[in-house]
Design a protein around this ligand. Structure first.
Ligand code: ADP
Ligand code: MG
Length: 694
């Protein structure tokens, strides 16, 4: 249960003065949450220094200043296009305040003639006169202290006023409790880090830009807290899973040998190595939790099949779970002939199998007559029982979020778990998403692949591209044409893909197909099938084209607005081609002008095909938050920590978490109790619940 001390932070923002439902809704949109806590971790990225408070005669144009003035005459505009001007003075001179499209009644109220007011804003020179257009603040003298400071600048959203947000942030700080210290006092002392609340206070009330820099002690501390919560949670969940007894799965290699000898090729060195690592883990009595990483086409599926064969050799069963229906079908199509040739029984089970078919498969899984099953999460609903499940392979492809899913999918079963991912994940991110999970990496590509030629082309040369496509298709090629899906408006994106589809149809007729996320599964499958085996030669797709889909004849990949994608994502899309023995090309279309950063990113893609290298560069150039299009990536999202900057803290947090759990396994010491608060503060409730109460 959430500790009481945190209750104030979980109250809705609308409980703050000045935050009604309308403002609250805008804040929620900006913050991604509607509680005080969400605002507390929304940190300023800059400051406006309002401490310059000159007399009018000495005031310098071009600076932000706070002045105490007497309000003089209002010069109301004679037409709508003229500004409203108000003369203000102090004992050294006079200047004008300028307003466009101002409301008389508002200005009369804010700046009554003859009164003294404090105004703050950017000073400008207009001819010989000093003026200020739309002051940021106009307040009574009593409020001067509130204004004359280094005012934090927050990332904003349209419609919300910075003043409102700033006030709400200060009000939130006032309501923020002091929390017990969860960090090691020695670390605090060594690095000169402030306590938790003072750290957040310093970040929301910066004195200068250096206070906001990543290396500022307050920032380091706040980032460290977040990473520590992440690492502690991972360590706890893992420990919890490890508590479930494992099993030793061994075999004589007979079925595995049958599979490898039926292949027309031999395993690559890294496939061999991965198989050895996996079967080694399976033979050990602990539960296996291993990640198999490798680019699309690196040959993971085969490695997984061999691991599954080992389970069958041991007289047990194995399953492979895919994130989508299409992928499940594709895996099944790949695995079935190989499995059956080696004497194993295998079935496909997805959410679409209902009634008698489903019942029959369930019965065979329960009585053990099925050795293997491939499916979607439908394999792991409550009514699915196995006679003896020894191995679950979870194919995540580019979807992360493994930890959560692992916990759900494998809970209560003592089977070993092998996760396959096609995303080369940078080491730093590995740690945040998977902790120190064991990994096998397929670094070699199977032989016989022709390298892919990658070019970048401005999008306005569309006709040339269509021409090139015509020539490629004439020689028997198939092509993917990807239109990006930008999260803000699925509808607009879809429209873009539909437009492109219509356009290409005019040129290529029925040889063009369209697939996107709104299609029903059966419709999607039909289009994919027509592309894989039928009359469709150009597949226009939003990014839903499943990364695992295997069409060796596809040798052209066109990606529109390539600059909008993450590198890793582009790399994955590119991995759809170059699978056969024919030369392939990838055309990255971009809208000029490209930013420096976008140019650098596309360049990397032209230069290398090494997924791990690309992933590291992507992290460096875009930051973790941007990787893969934030939300669907399922990677933990950090509010304060920036993995490009704070990678050293992550390693430190991992060690810290391990050490703490070693010494105080139930987190029952005073520091342990404080760490529980930390877990709940960062909403790691599930991890905290693995602890005995106390
Ligand atoms: P992944 O699952 O990593 O995307 P796959 O297992 O689908 O890759 O393999 C892609 C293709 O490469 C398949 O057609 C597979 O049969 C083939 N393949 C796998 N391993 C090898 C190998 N060692 N030598 C040649 N071809 C291989
Ligand atoms: Mg595959």
């Amino acid at each position: 249960m959430r500790p009481e001390i945190l209750f104030p932070l979980f109250k809705p923002l609308t409980t703050l003065p000045g935050v009604g439902p309308r403002v609250g809704a805008m804040m929620e949109k900006l913050l991604g949450g509607d509680r005080l806590l969400d605002l507390l971790f929304h940190l300023p990225t800059g400051i406006v220094d309002r401490r310059y408070a000159p007399k009018i005669s000495e005031a310098e144009a071009g600076r932000v200043a706070t002045l105490t003035v007497t309000v003089g005459a209002h010069a109301k505009p004679r037409s709508r296009r003229q500004p409203y001007k108000i003369e203000v003075t102090d004992d050294t001179g006079s200047m004008s305040l300028v307003f466009f499209h101002a409301r008389d009644d508002y200005l009369t109220k804010m700046l009554p003639e003859g009164e003294t007011r404090v105004i703050s804003g950017l000073l400008e020179r207009y001819g010989d006169n000093l003026q200020m257009t739309h002051p940021d603040h106009m307040v009574a003298v009593a409020e001067k202290e509130e204004i004359m400071r280094a005012e934090p600048v927050y990332p904003m959203t349209a419609g919300l006023s910075p003043k409102t947000l700033g006030k709400a942030a200060l009000a939130t700080l006032d309501l923020t409790p002091d929390l017990p210290e969860w960090l090691d006092p020695a670390v605090l002392a060594r690095d000169g880090w402030p306590a938790w609340k003072p750290a957040l206070t310093a970040l929301h009330k910066p004195e200068s830009l250096t206070d906001l820099a990543p290396e500022a002690p307050a920032h380091r501390r706040a980032a460290y807290d977040e990473l520590l919560a992440n690492q502690l949670a991972i360590a706890l969940v893992r420990r919890d899973m490890r508590k479930l007894a494992g099993r030793a799965t061994t075999g004589d290699g007979a079925i595995m040998d049958m599979i490898t000898s039926s292949l027309s090729f031999s395993l690559t060195g890294s496939q061999r190595m991965a198989v050895a690592e996996i079967t080694g883990d399976m033979a050990a009595p602990e539960r296996m939790l291993r990640l198999l990483q490798g680019d699309v086409g690196a040959g993971k599926t085969l490695v997984a099949l061999l691991a599954m064969a080992r389970a069958v050799e041991a007289g047990a069963q194995a399953v492979m779970m895919a994130p989508t229906e299409i992928l499940a079908r594709q895996h099944f199509a790949t695995l079935q002939p190989l499995a059956e040739a080696a004497g194993m029984t295998i079935a496909l089970l997805t959410g679409r199998d209902k009634g008698k078919t489903r019942e029959a498969i369930l019965a065979q899984l329960a009585d053990g007559s099925l050795n293997l099953a491939v499916g979607t999460h439908a394999l792991f609903t409550d009514d699915v029982e196995f006679k003896d499940l020894a191995l679950a392979v979870v194919d995540e492809q580019h979807r992360f979020g493994v930890h959560q899913r692992l916990a759900i999918s494998a809970k209560g079963r003592k089977c070993d778990v092998l996760v396959m991912t096609a995303t080369p994940i940078p080491r730093t991110l590995m740690l945040t998403a998977y902790g120190d999970m064991e990994t096998s990496r397929l670094t070699e590509k199977p032989p016989g692949r022709t390298p892919i030629k990658t070019v970048t082309i401005p999008a306005d040369r569309l006709d040339e591209i269509v021409g090139a496509l015509q020539r490629a298709l004439a020689s028997g090629a198939k092509a993917y044409w990807v239109c990006p899906l930008v999260e803000e408006s699925e509808k607009l994106d879809l429209a873009a893909a539909e437009d492109r589809y219509a356009h290409l149809k005019q040129v290529f007729g029925d040889r063009v197909g369209l697939v996107h996320g709104r299609l029903k599964p059966a419709e999607k499958d039909a289009v994919m099938e027509a592309f894989a085996n039928g009359s469709v030669d150009i597949l226009v797709a939003t990014t839903v084209i499943e990364v695992g889909v295997d069409v060796p004849e596809a040798t052209v990949m066109v990606i529109e607005h390539a600059e909008r994608f993450g590198l890793a994502q582009l790399h994955q899309l590119r991995g759809r081609i170059g699978r056969g023995d024919k030369a392939s090309s990838c055309l990255l279309l971009y809208s000029a002008p490209l930013s420096e950063n976008a140019r650098a990113r596309l360049k990397i893609l032209r230069e290398t095909d090494d997924g791990f290298k690309i992933a590291e560069e992507d992290l460096r150039l875009r930051g973790a938050g941007e990787l893969l299009g934030t939300r669907q990536s399922g990677l933990p999202q950090f509010k304060v920590a920036d993995l490009a900057e704070d990678a050293d803290l992550l390693a430190m947090a991992r060690d810290d978490a391990a050490l703490v759990l070693n010494r105080d396994e139930d987190l029952s010491s005073p520091r342990g109790q404080a760490l529980r608060v930390l877990l709940y503060l960062f909403e790691r409730d599930a991890a905290a619940r693995t602890l005995r109460s106390g």
